[in-house]
Write a protein that binds this ligand. Structure first.
Ligand SMILES: [Zn+2]
Length: 158
């Protein structure tokens, strides 16, 4: 890795920190020539994953697209960058676990919903309703009630 200041070819790693989920690593580097210190960030990238849409069209998996979709669901809701990164990692980990080169958009949607549910209830409801998993108002209401019940249950047990 080149030094961003003097472009010298050699830098040494002075510190490495693995994220708590073990899926990304931050390295502190120091230029061997000018002594400039900077960090690099490495994360796992999913390669060669194709999403098969409901109409049969295929599309290469894109993290950017996932991020855009999630940001829409999480709009105006409080979520830290760290929490957001963890959400992305958790979703991608599940995609990776399927171990297939092709997954359906339905599978992706299920995985996203599973993790959104744990992260933010409002975002989950938003995503799910856009995703048309709720076939009618009753199903939607039932899901909502389930969530509210769980929330209350959790508070009581504390
Ligand atoms: Zn340098």
């Amino acid at each position: 890795m080149k030094c961003p200041v003097c472009l010298y070819q050699d830098t040494k790693v002075v510190d490495s920190r693995v994220a708590s989920d073990g899926l990304s690593i931050r390295r502190r580097r120091e230029c061997l020539k000018c002594g400039f210190r900077f960090s690099t960030y490495e994360e796992i990238e999913i390669l060669d994953l194709t999403i098969v849409k409901r109409d049969g069209r295929k599309e290469v998996y894109s993290r950017e697209k996932l991020i855009r979709g999630l940001k829409k669901s999480l709009e105006k809701l409080a979520i830290t960058d760290d929490r957001f990164k963890k959400l992305i990692n958790a979703i991608e980990r599940d995609l990776q676990v399927i171990r297939k080169n092709e997954v359906t958009s339905n599978q992706v949607g299920q995985i996203i919903m599973k993790h959104l549910k744990k992260t933010n209830h409002v975002a989950f409801i938003r995503f799910a309703s856009v995703y048309q998993q709720f076939k009618d108002v009753q199903t939607f209401q039932r899901e909502l009630n389930k969530l509210l019940k769980n929330k209350r249950g959790k508070k009581k047990s504390k």
